[in-house]
Design a protein around this ligand. Structure first.
Ligand code: ADP
Ligand code: MG
Length: 351
């Protein structure tokens, strides 16, 4: 379906490891004052003065976390960076540097890696983070990418998962569920393509949800938005595994309970239409689907007026004492215990 039309193939052995690293990374320039030394020595050197440093890492394995049948390599590179920046945002910090390590089988020509690094470069330039190093090695089978993101902020601004308190309001940015339905559409089209390689799918009705899957964005804008409103979240996490699972994390680490209101969950109309077409319950997907990379946080009740009506934020519930448990309040006003079913469980594979 989404095929690489670029027929030119340069065998990696023509460059050698150092030639390859140089080829892939020579166009990256330094954008952050905290980067003293980037690529090129045994280690990068960073200097954050009086700020706290945050580090987060992720590993992406072909066949487990991505499928190159519908994930163009450029998008994969972009997404690999974004998902790590999202983790730094979830601490209310500013991402500043990344390292990228890759293990590649000889199935990949140089042109494929160039595409991957185009996506990495696009994300680095859009989010103003520096690529400061990585590692390059071969793999027996498939592609493995590991990204480590570094960020900074004042100690007083860091938000942990553990700070939610009784009566706090539960807030989410953007909308949820779309990335998961985007994946369902792509999976369906892949099956159609396998049967009939000449089929030309019309994906226009699904453009938003597919973009949410293939080109997610990290909410680097939220830290400033909240600071301008003079709101500091009491707890925060990013929505990578699904709303339900993330709410459970906050509740467990903060030792609180929560009521989530079904009618409040922000859904995109295209998401709702696609759920209807697939005959799946939109709430189930909105709660258990993952990879939205929105931020989920709690705020003090006193801050309600400051975010009320702001299109970036939706209040979807409130924190309760731990003994009350974690529940979904349905439109019919019934109370159902929330389970931490991440999207991986829906998919039936391992995280
Ligand atoms: P070492 O032998 O010390 O591991 P390498 O030869 O692997 O060093 O790497 C040389 C430099 O290139 C280092 O700065 C390293 O961080 C960087 N580097 C290696 N692989 C990559 C990559 N895939 N992407 C970005 N930088 C890389
Ligand atoms: Mg190395």
């Amino acid at each position: 379906m989404i095929e690489n039309k670029n027929q030119s193939k340069t065998d990696l052995s023509q460059l050698g490891e150092f030639g390859l690293i140089e080829h892939l990374t020579h166009n990256f320039s330094i954008q952050q004052p905290s980067t003293v030394k980037g690529i090129g020595d045994d280690a990068a050197v960073l200097s954050f003065n009086d700020k706290k440093t945050l580090v987060s890492t992720d590993l992406l394995v072909e066949g487990v976390h991505f499928d190159l049948a519908y994930m163009p390599l450029k998008h994969l590179g972009y997404k690999a960076i974004v998902v790590n920046l999202s983790d730094i945002c979830a601490m209310n910090a500013v991402p500043t540097q990344v390292t990228v390590s890759i293990a590649i089988s000889n199935r990949f020509p140089l042109e494929a890696l160039e595409e991957l690094y185009e996506g990495i470069a696009l994300a680095c330039s859009y989010y103003k983070v520096d690529l400061i190093g990585g590692d390059t090695t071969s793999s027996q089978k498939g592609l493995i990418i590991s990204v480590t993101a570094v960020g900074q902020t004042d100690e007083s601004e860091i938000v942990y998962r553990s700070g939610a308190q009784d009566k706090d309001l539960l807030v989410v940015t953007g909308d949820v569920g779309s990335a998961y339905m985007g994946l369902q559409v792509l999976e369906r089209e892949k099956q159609v393509y396998l049967v009939n390689p000449n089929s030309q799918p019309d994906l226009t009705p699904y453009d938003y949800i597919i973009e949410r899957q293939l080109k997610p964005e990290a909410r680097t804008d939220i830290k400033k938005l909240l600071a301008d409103l003079e709101v500091k979240p009491t707890a925060m996490i990013d929505v990578s595994d699904g709303l339900s699972s993330e709410i459970m994390h906050i509740c467990k680490q903060s030792k609180v309970g929560c009521n989530l209101y079904e009618e409040k969950i922000p859904l995109d109309p295209q998401f709702i239409n696609t759920c209807e077409e697939f005959n799946i319950d939109s709430t189930t997907i909105a709660i258990n689907g993952g990879e939205d990379y929105e931020l989920l946080f709690t705020i003090k009740m006193e801050d309600y007026e400051k975010i009320k009506g702001n299109p970036n934020f939706t209040i979807i519930g409130h924190i309760t004492p731990e003994a009350e448990g974690v529940h979904l309040i349905t439109r019919a006003n019934t109370k159902i215990p929330l389970k931490a079913r991440g999207w991986n469980t829906l998919q039936n594979n391992e995280d």
